[in-house]
Design a protein around this ligand. Structure first.
Ligand code: NAD
Length: 223
């Protein structure tokens, strides 16, 4: 596992990247302050990982919200499903939302956390390569509006970003390519040495060699 920290004073948070981290209950729990947790995911990721994550949180009061998959559902009415579930469960200001999925789930969960009871904690557990190197880091959250993409939202920082590289194994090849394209962009923008490393290690990255993927994710997040 590798760790970097995003230094933002009292809103600082760690980014952890490693294999098998969603089965590390100690890690997940160490970033949850209260006893109420709402796991938000989509109906593609839920059958793959929801149970594994829930199991790590036994003893806490855990609810889950399973959203329909995909960009067309990143909107007000689907966001409302998260808020409805929190209110129905009577979750209070000490609750924590856990975003389990790609960038769509992360953006919506982060925005729900920003506005529920004027702001509650949230943890990002990104499960696509793109969301691990881009959307889960930096605190941009939000939803789309019919008039434009990402038009409604807030800057809101998570308590932690926990990236399990094992979850990438179930991603379609096209989603791996989308993440690798983003990683190459970081090399081009900032670090020619990293770009050369990417060229030399592309085969390892494509086959999801854990050490190579963790290095690529961490360097991208640093940049
Ligand atoms: P996504 O969340 O739609 O995920 C892509 C697909 O992969 C979905 O079908 C999802 O269900 C599936 N999936 C997720 N994890 C999986 C896994 N481990 N195994 C199998 N399938 C899995 O899309 P994305 O590419 O992760 O993110 C795109 C979104 O991120 C866009 O809405 C974009 O606006 C947003 N974004 C936000 C930021 C930001 O700074 N907040 C930056 C870049 C992109």
């Amino acid at each position: 596992m590798q760790q970097i920290s995003v230094d933002l004073g009292d809103r600082s948070y760690p980014i952890l990247a490693g294999a098998g981290l969603i089965t590390r209950g100690d890690l997940l729990r160490s970033h949850i302050k209260g006893s109420q947790v709402c796991i938000v995911t989509d109906d593609t990721v839920a059958p793959l990982y929801l149970e594994a994550v829930s199991r790590q949180l036994e003893g806490l009061r855990v609810i889950s919200v399973v959203l329909p998959t995909g960009e067309p559902f990143k909107n007000w009415s689907v966001l409302q499903q998260i808020l409805d579930a929190l209110l129905e469960a009577r979750f209070d200001r000490k609750c924590c939302l856990l975003a389990l999925g790609g960038g769509v789930v992360g953006d919506m969960t982060g925005f729900a956390a920003a506005i529920y009871q004027r702001g509650v904690d949230f943890i990002q557990v990104p499960t696509t390569l793109l969301s691990q190197v881009d959307s889960s880091v930096g605190g941009k959250t939000g939803i789309n509006h019919p008039a434009g993409k990402n038009m409604i939202g807030a800057f809101y920082q998570p308590q932690a970003v926990i990236m399990d590289t094992d979850t990438l194994r179930t991603l379609p090849a096209r989603e791996i390519s989308a993440g690798l394209a983003e990683i190459i962009k970081y090399g081009l923008i900032r670090d020619v040495g990293f770009l050369a490393w990417l060229e030399q290690n592309m085969q390892k990255l494509r086959t999801l060699d854990a050490a190579a993927v963790i290095h690529a994710i961490v360097r991208s997040c640093e940049i």
